[in-house]
Design a protein around this ligand. Structure first.
Ligand code: NAD
Length: 352
């Protein structure tokens, strides 16, 4: 019955066309010289945003890449210093938001974050950075964005394949939040509503990417799932994805999409009631694990590690890595069970 809930401070604007309010938000934050961050792929919309911000922006910095390399952050930091930047605007997914957080950690500058994927980083005080091939993760309120501006219009251009895997990445935060060691009934509400919204929206987006109602549902779901990741600890699924992504250079969101049904299957015997709630939120009459697998199929996501380019010979190494660093999970980590999980995820076998 007793529990602890820690609310995280954030001002959130949600809607269709909210990007028009970006300049007013910078004014509110007292920012006069904002740097607009993006990946090289999103340089064009970042340039357009810098234009829109007018004399409140010093321009763009399209340097963001996956896994937030410290070398890139240091390069961007030089620009921050040289241009006397007094605020950060991140337009993009987890990679761009990672760069923004890394700069905020070093400068304490305020952040206006405008997410264009469903990864959920904007709602977390978590930053993963890479140096010399090693990724380290920290939690600090210094990296939590001050303002998050969700604009459904910006997600219409997210390719359908990326929309599906990104949404499943978000869903994984919610599933693991429900059985987290420090789970609580407040975050459970976020998690179940996040799962339901994404399960409704993602298959519709796969066939009609311009369906604004489905896009709004997915973005709201991603917000709720991101809040789950920010509020409670994660378990087997996130650790496995972290290990597989880092050791075999697998793509982030796609790895989440493949592993989630199998991690759910592994944990079902330890938390059957939680998995019943997940299945209900997914709207399936079968198991949660099977429902997650079917959802991945329905959105056209890859369903096997094989398809992501992981060599079968790597499975034993992955198992060793997963067992080397014991961490909390509702079902204890057992070599045989984990081997079965990894083999099923590699082959793309549907869980029961
Ligand atoms: P991403 O940010 O790497 O984006 C993938 C690609 O899609 C990029 O080329 C990007 O420019 C492009 N893109 C993004 N939005 C688009 C749009 N609307 N239209 C067209 N193209 C678009 O992908 P991601 O999955 O959002 O982020 C993954 C990274 O985020 C990983 O490094 C992961 O570790 C991190 N992450 C961190 C947290 C956290 O809390 N710290 C949470 C989730 C993910």
């Amino acid at each position: 019955m007793n529990f602890v809930y820690t609310g995280l401070p954030a001002r959130v604007l949600f809607g269709d066309g909210t990007l028009a309010q970006a300049r007013a938000e910078l004014e509110r934050l007292g920012v006069h010289r904002a740097l607009v961050l993006s990946t090289p792929q999103q340089q064009a919309p970042a340039e357009a945003l810098a234009q829109q911000l007018g004399d409140r922006s010093v321009g763009t910095c399209p340097l963001a890449v996956m896994h937030t390399p410290v070398a890139v952050t240091e390069q961007a930091l030089q620009r921050v210093t040289a241009e006397r930047v007094d605020g950060l605007v991140a337009l993009g997914g987890g990679s761009t938001i990672g760069l923004s957080k890394a700069l905020a950690l070093r400068t304490d500058l305020p952040q206006l974050v405008i997410p264009t994927t469903y990864a959920g980083s904007e709602m977390t005080p978590i930053l993963g950075e890479t140096k010399d091939g090693v990724k380290t993760t920290l939690r600090s309120l210094e990296v939590l964005p001050e303002v998050v501006l969700y604009d459904v219009a910006l997600t219409l251009g997210l390719p359908t394949a990326l929309s599906g895997v990104s949404g499943l990445n978000a869903l994984a935060h919610a599933v693991e939040a429900l059985y987290a060691q420090d789970h609580n009934p407040i975050i459970d509400l976020f998690a179940l509503e996040g799962i339901a919204a994404l399960a409704r929206a993602l298959p519709r987006i796969a066939t009609s990417p311009n369906d604004r109602e489905a896009r709004a549902d997915a973005l709201r779901g991603a917000w709720l799932c991101g809040a789950c990741l920010g509020a409670v600890g994660m378990a087997l699924h996130h650790k496995l994805c972290h290990t597989l992504g880092g050791s075999f250079d697998l793509p982030h969101a796609q790895t989440h999409a493949v592993v989630l049904p199998h991690a759910a299957a592994y944990n079902t015997s330890a938390v059957p009631q939680v998995m019943t709630k997940v299945a209900q939120a997914l709207g399936t009459t079968g198991s949660a694990a099977r429902g997650l697998f079917e959802l991945a199929r329905a959105v056209g996501a890859p369903t096997s590690l094989d398809a992501l380019g992981m060599p079968k010979a790597g499975l034993e190494r992955a198992l060793g890595l997963a067992l080397a660093n014991p961490y909390w999970n509702p079902r204890p980590l057992e070599a045989e069970g984990l081997r079965g999980l990894l083999e099923a995820a590699w082959a793309g076998t549907a869980p029961d």
